[in-house]
Design a protein around this ligand. Structure first.
Ligand code: NDP
Length: 478
């Protein structure tokens, strides 16, 4: 649907879904083969239409045991003994197959997740392939990494639903490059691209047991995290579950990396190029429906440009096109689940009750599926819950500041510390701000840019450990 303020009408340009062959049901991927699970099954739906896409096996404790056994056997007998240059060949092969099947993966990701095809096609899948290429390059050079060259063993990996295949790549590519084997649990609402990735592992002739995929809900993740024969846990998701995982592994020899939430400040100074900043604000909070751990969900605007910036931002938001994720013109897709939509609605209502002023793009929402219009709250103070809690949706909280010192103080006034953005024409100010912002990533005059060569991770309650870059090897080596 177009927003009511949109000056243009576009004809629909849907990407065909015939390229993907979605099976009616999927088993678990254990020891190189798809097997039946013992914990029953669940349905995965398209959040845009609520259409059931497939029935997926739910892994119970016995299934997780079998997957960890397969990963251990593959680690002991094959993968840890294979020279790095040979492991690299498998990773390159996987990367190339991902490129060859990119359209299929993008369509499936958009169907299962609800994200616009132009994002899955142009951002998610190319970055997935880039991660496998990048870490393939490291596999035979580990002794130069500075972190040792001995793998840890079996890695248990639990990922969320916002970037299903990209989070899989962030986890699996460095683990395999370093010589570990993995058992990965995708999120309950987005299991399908992980299962297609399992087929890609078969196509690449990856030795059985090197990658195992166990689908299921939180209990499956819990069984994996608590499993005594897992050497390393890598998790991306909510701070609450991250804390539970840290408690579970405390006192064991397991290594852990956690990538948790964020409440990033996107800071616009009065000398910033305003139109560029508006694009960066839109990208920062509306990319992927705001389901982004490093989303720029708190806009800090210097008071002198507040009125002008807000007017231009609203005008730009009115041109965003929300609707069918498979339509190539769509900017904003569906909210990933009914549960997440409920959470976004609840926190937005808290914003109303706390006295902030809500403005949203006027548009007609479909009656089927899960939708929330791009929204901004102005008149937000630091004490408001919408300024402190991760909404994880297309909702921007706007605050103001007068001096750089005030901007730093407000930006750092959060239990999180994952990312931040700075918009100014002064290079010296960028460096000074980056120095004082307690955030793992600081973007300058841009936002939400990802590259496999660049480390990513947080301070404080945003977690610990880094993914990406040379630093991403540290969590998988001793
Ligand atoms: P969760 O943290 O619950 O989910 C992340 C992953 O952990 C999923 O695979 C989930 O399984 C699994 N999981 C859930 N409980 C456990 C457990 N006790 N032990 C091990 N694994 C577990 O995130 P939600 O999907 O519930 O989202 C809730 C909120 O978390 C969002 O509103 C958002 O604020 C934040 N979030 C942050 C993300 C980030 O990247 N920082 C990503 C996702 C969410 P399952 O999906 O089957 O429940």
């Amino acid at each position: 649907m177009t927003s009511q303020g949109s000056p243009f009408e576009y004809a629909p340009a849907p990407e065909s879904r015939s390229i993907v062959d979605i099976k009616p049901s999927y088993g678990l991927f254990v020891d190189g083969a798809f097997v039946d699970g013992h914990g029953g099954s669940f349905k995965t739906i398209s959040p845009a239409t609520e259409e059931v896409l497939a029935e997926v096996a739910e892994a119970d404790q016995a299934d997780v045991d079998a997957a960890v056994r397969a990963a251990r056997k593959a680690y002991d007998k094959v993968w840890s003994r294979m020279p790095g240059r040979e492991r690299a060949k498998y990773l390159y092969r996987i990367a190339r197959i991902i490129q060859e099947r990119a359209r299929e993966l993008a369509v499936l990701e958009s169907l299962d997740n609800g994200k616009p095809i132009k994002e899955s096609r142009d951002v998610d899948i190319p970055t997935v392939a880039a991660h496998f290429f990048y870490y393939a390059g490291w596999a035979d050079k580990l002794e130069h990494s500075g972190f040792g060259s001995t793998p840890l063993g079996v890695a248990g990996q639990v990922i969320p639903w916002n970037f299903p295949l990209l989070m899989l790549a962030w986890k699996i590519a460095p683990a395999l490059a370093c010589g570990n084997t993995v058992v990965l649990k995708p999120a309950e609402t987005t299991p399908l691209t992980a299962l297609l990735f399992a087929e890609i592992c078969q196509q690449a002739d990856l030795p059985p047991g090197v990658v195992n995929i166990v689908t299921g809900a939180g209990a499956t993740g819990q069984a994996l995290v608590a499993h005594p024969d897992v050497d390393k846990i890598a998790f991306t998701g909510s701070t609450e579950v991250g804390k539970a995982i840290a408690r579970t592994v405390a006192g064991t020899s397991k290594r852990v990396t956690l990538e948790l939430g964020g409440k990033a400040a996107n800071i616009v100074f009065d000398d910033a190029p305003i139109d560029q900043a508006v694009e960066g604000i839109v990208d920062g909070i509306f990319f992927n429906q705001g389901h982004v751990c490093c989303a720029g969900s708190r806009l800090l605007v210097q008071e002198s440009v507040y009125d002008e910036l807000l007017e231009r931002l609203k005008r730009r938001m009115s041109t965003l096109r929300m609707g069918d994720p498979l339509d190539k013109n769509t900017d904003i897709g569906a909210i990933n689940s009914g549960e997440q939509l409920k959470r976004i609605r609840e926190l937005s209502e808290v914003g109303d009750a706390e006295g902030a002023e809500r403005w949203e793009v006027a548009c007609d929402l479909p009656t089927q599926g899960f939708w929330f219009p791009p929204t901004i709250f102005t008149g937000v103070s630091q004490a408001h819950r919408i300024a402190r809690e991760e909404i994880f949706g297309p909702v921007l909280s706007v605050l103001t500041f007068r001096t750089p010192a005030e901007a730093v103080e407000k930006a750092n006034n959060t239990p999180y510390g994952l990312s931040a953005g700075v918009w100014t024409e002064k290079g010296s100010r960028i460096l000074a701000m980056a120095d004082r912002l307690r955030a793992g990533v600081v973007w300058a005059n841009t936002f939400n840019k990802f590259d496999p060569t660049s480390p990513f991770g947080g301070f404080k309650e945003s977690g610990y450990g880094r993914e990406g870059g040379r630093q991403g090897l540290e969590g998988y080596l001793r």
